[in-house]
Design a protein around this ligand. Structure first.
Ligand SMILES: Cc1cc2nc3c(=O)[nH]c(=O)nc-3n(C[C@H](O)[C@H](O)[C@H](O)COP(=O)(O)OP(=O)(O)OC[C@H]3O[C@@H](n4cnc5c(N)ncnc54)[C@H](O)[C@@H]3O)c2cc1C
Ligand code: FES
Length: 273
């Protein structure tokens, strides 16, 4: 509770826009009543009065602090209620919490990003961060997979990023339809198509547990050092602030020591996926 920061006291925020991203994912744009800062990869607890609270990672730029985007997949009770909002409602934001992406460790390196489904939400915020100081990174390669073309979120972002020097995006779908003439296969198969220098690359992985697992196994097979694989872990949470123990992962608490870990930090724990 330093500098007047009370972790249990939500900042009120008005819902000013809702963007449909896919059949079960929407982006909710919030305008906090006072400035709200976060670092990329840190998370917030979003409260809907009378309904409940859930953890989400902001998907907007960490350089913007008068509004905040949260991209939410319908998963259960709270997220279903959030999806029913129409705009204009007041929500609560607690945080930011946790340990985000240590981008200073990526300076001078090739950054490969492997994202699946709604896992692109924290990655979008990371991309905003990397774009802000793009001269600091050798190259940024985004590989993103969705189940079908309709399930792909942030579609316009891919064209925009491909126009940036040293940024490249690759997309895949598990199942194609008439609108798709790109790569078909699980997202990890995109790793076979990209060029990188293993000894100077780091990888960020974020997506559903099955993708995180098989993505990590493939990266290890390719020869990546477990210290160079960054994972965004999810556990059920309550306080968000290291007090209740709901989010234990081995000897650590995801809300405090994560959600971003290197694979090296979690590889010996049970049930990480
Ligand atoms: C640090 C962190 C960041 C996250 N960021 C995002 C994000 O940016 N966008 C997004 O859509 N989701 C994100 N999630 C997942 C999101 O918190 C859950 O989907 C949400 O809490 C489900 O709440 P619910 O009441 O709708 O579902 P419930 O009715 O509680 O449960 C429905 C299903 O979701 C599972 N679930 C519940 N809580 C979590 C959880 N914390 N993590 C994973 N699965 C859960 C349950 O086990 C159950 O299978 C994040 C989770 C964490 C821990
Ligand atoms: S959510 Fe309470 S200790 Fe992590």
């Amino acid at each position: 509770m330093n500098n007047g920061f009370n972790p249990y006291d939500p900042v009120r925020a008005r819902l000013i826009d809702i963007i449909d991203e896919s059949p079960n994912i929407k982006t909710f744009r919030l305008e906090p009543e006072r400035e709200f800062s976060f670092k990329t990869g840190e998370f917030i607890q979003l409260t809907l009065d009378g309904i409940g609270e859930s953890p989400f990672t902001p998907s907007s730029s960490p350089y913007v602090n008068d509004r905040l985007d949260v991209t939410i997949m319908k998963a259960g009770y709270v997220t279903e209620k959030i999806h029913q909002l129409k705009g204009g409602e007041i929500l609560g934001i607690r945080g930011p919490f946790g340990r985000g992406y240590p981008v200073e460790k990526f300076y001078g390196k090739e950054v490969i990003i492997l994202g699946g489904g709604c896992g692109l939400a924290p990655i979008r915020s990371l991309l905003f961060e990397l774009l802000e100081q793009k001269e600091k990174y050798k190259k940024v390669t985004l590989c993103y997979g969705s189940k079908t073309p309709t399930d792909c979120i942030y579609k316009p972002m891919f064209c925009d990023l491909n126009k940036v020097e040293n940024f490249q995006c690759y997309r895949s779908v598990d199942v194609a339809d008439d609108t798709w003439d790109g790569h078909v296969g699980v997202v990890t198969t995109l790793l076979d198509q990209i060029n990188f220098r293993l000894e100077n690359a780091v990888v960020v992985v974020c997506g559903p547990p099955v993708m995180m697992k098989f993505g990590t196994l493939k990266l290890l097979q390719i020869g990546f050092d477990p210290k160079d694989i960054y994972l965004s872990m999810e556990k059920n949470m309550s306080c968000g602030y290291g007090k209740c123990g709901h989010c234990m992962l081995g000897d650590t608490l995801v809300c405090k020591d994560g959600p971003v870990y290197t694979y090296d930090e979690v590889k010996n724990y049970d049930h990480i996926w």
